[in-house]
Write a protein that binds this ligand. Sequence first.
Ligand code: CP
Length: 322
Amino acid sequence: MDEPEVDDELIPNKRVARLKNLLYLNQLSKDEINQILDLSDHYLNSNEQHEFENLLKNQSIASLFFEPSTRTSASFQVAAKKLGAETILIDENKSSATKGETVIDTIRNLQAMGVRAFIIRTGDINLFGPLIDDVGPDTHLISAGESSVSHPTQGLLDLLTIRQEKGSFEGLKVVIMGDISHSRVARSLTEGLKIMNTGNVTLISPDEFKPDMANFPNTQFEEDPKQGLCDADVIVTLRVQKERIESDESSLSLEEYSNEYQLSQEKLALSKPDAIVMHPGPMNRGIEISNEVADGKQSVILKQVENGVAVRMAVLSEILKQ
Ligand code: CP
């Protein structure tokens, strides 16, 4: 598949004009998403690191993670450092949040030290709304994952991976399979796929994990993986949130789940021969995905991780470049 053309006019000076904060993908237009993906491709393909290594020099960026993370947290740190920014990582468990300090007080103290951008992961769906007003006009907020509602940079890196592998979004059948109802990854990716006019987006899960379809416009639901996977171009498998499946919320056992819904080589064969397999991580190997598929030829899971750094560089530089 040909690489999408990168428009030199866009790089590195043209900005996504409205991007002050990034909380939800549906705040962006198709053109704005394409600009971020173009800039991400530019960062990935550039041999000229000096072009951007001082882009955010003298800027301090704080990451506040109130839920665990490996990929998102590390890749924002790597991305900020590649752009020359100083980074501060606040781990909730080792911070004064454990002594009762509120998020806004934490932010005000970091603002007093000169920090103007905050990357935040939270399980609290009521945090960002008031925070946008409270932080003031010169401070930027970037979501690193909000409860089961939004994970915009994951959505962007998923879109970038699909565009790189498939060339465009039109006419594709994209399948998202797993614990959809609890998944912020599914929410942001489906928002992005809708904006990019993707042909067919099918959600597959047992009834226990069927989401409120009002939150997933322009998608269809299929309980039977054999039907849903048929002719897929892209398969996104999602982590089974074991803590939920093992609770009273579900009558399904992990064994039953993996028998029916694990992406095995046999189920993968129902999709198109050139279908790609994605997973946002962390994976539960042997539950939602077999080892053979996770490490197989069609897997682009580590490509997604590599793209995560480039997308986060693009988001940080678009928001913070002066
Ligand atoms: N994909 C993702 O958000 O992974 P982490 O929870 O490790 O950041």
